[in-house]
Design a protein around this ligand. Sequence first.
Ligand SMILES: Cc1cc2nc3c(=O)[nH]c(=O)nc-3n(C[C@H](O)[C@H](O)[C@H](O)COP(=O)(O)OP(=O)(O)OC[C@H]3O[C@@H](n4cnc5c(N)ncnc54)[C@H](O)[C@@H]3O)c2cc1C
Length: 393
Amino acid sequence: MSDGIVIAGGGLAAQRCTETLRSQGYDGPIRIVCAEAHAPYDRPPLSKELLAGEMPAAAVALRPRPWYDERQIDLLLGTRAERLDLAGRRLELSSGARLRFDSLLVATGSRARTLPLLDGYSNAGVLRTLDDALALRHALGPGRRVVIVGAGFIGLEAAATASRLGAWVTIIEALDAPLMGILGASLGSWFAELHRAEGADVLLGARITGVRGRRKVRALELADGVVVECDHVLVGVGVDPDTRWLDGTGLGANGVRVDARGCTCAPGIYAAGDAARPYDTALARHVRTEHWEAAARQGADAARAMLGLEPVRTPLPSFWSDQHGVRVQYVGRAEEADRIAIDGDPGGRDFEALFTKAGVPVAALLVGRPRALSRARRRVQEGLESLTPETRR
Ligand SMILES: Cc1cc2nc3c(=O)[nH]c(=O)nc-3n(C[C@H](O)[C@H](O)[C@H](O)COP(=O)(O)OP(=O)(O)OC[C@H]3O[C@@H](n4cnc5c(N)ncnc54)[C@H](O)[C@@H]3O)c2cc1C
């Protein structure tokens, strides 16, 4: 007997997939297999409101528990998908059970990278799960010395929250500016200044060479001889798609390659969210995104593909971030750009950066301008659609 639609992973993409399946009339079995012990929950608050202690843990649930029961969605929590038997269309679970599926969605998200130098220390961790966030919250407070290794969005948000809670924050970044890979050096420097103005120490171009302390990190030694003392270390050096369990199937390297609808090359197997690498029609290549809006949309689109329905029109990749009371929004593909134009007042935390390629808008970053998003989105959408194969290169 078939177990119907099986979803490996139980985050946002998984939840949105089930919601669309039921709302579009699918009434067969649905099973979510999730490694974590919690029903699908929202991650953005983990570095913001939840970390600040302004939101209880129960409030991050994407839907209340009865929502799944009412829709007859089976939640297999605390259970990992261990192996995919492509030919037999079976998923092997850590519990020893095997599920036979008609359709399988890979929605196992991403895992936070770690630094081998800091492995095994009780006061060093990452921020990916609800349990990580609760542990980190416990470590923050007035006068605590917190080191954030890596100035990506999650590290910067956690740094802002830790500062607000009265911690002494040091940010250690290997590159010459935060977010340099996405936004370039000059905009990245704006983020460094934002955090410095709020009291954090921001060490750029810095390399950790040693750790002092036995079970707990007491201090980090940097290549230039600086020693940073600390009570807690958060490692925020990016994520990788959590698809190692697919090794050997040919599906999972650097995210599961799918078309714009979420279909892999294997019939009946789909992928969505951080674990997927979908085809981007504007860029004419497969690109991973690690953002909320993409995961939500791709989960819903995969459900539509399973039911033979057309996908909803793909909007541009976009995300938001909140740091020191400033809303930062981003839309498009800045990595395509050859120029950046700034409009507004960076010093006043109120500006728009427009990224262009051959004069055509390909991305925008809005700082403190939440209402300008739809206009920026329109401009960038038109710009990306107008790129020709020559200008794309
Ligand atoms: C702290 C934090 C803050 C963020 N803030 C923002 C933000 O402000 N804006 C924004 O756009 N994005 C933000 N994001 C990113 C966004 O939350 C992710 O893009 C989104 O959660 C991806 O959803 P997903 O369903 O693909 O994966 P996930 O939400 O990661 O869910 C995947 C689930 O699958 C489970 N799993 C993994 N392997 C297995 C396995 N083998 N078997 C079974 N289960 C497995 C995982 O444990 C996890 O529960 C943030 C992320 C974090 C961590």
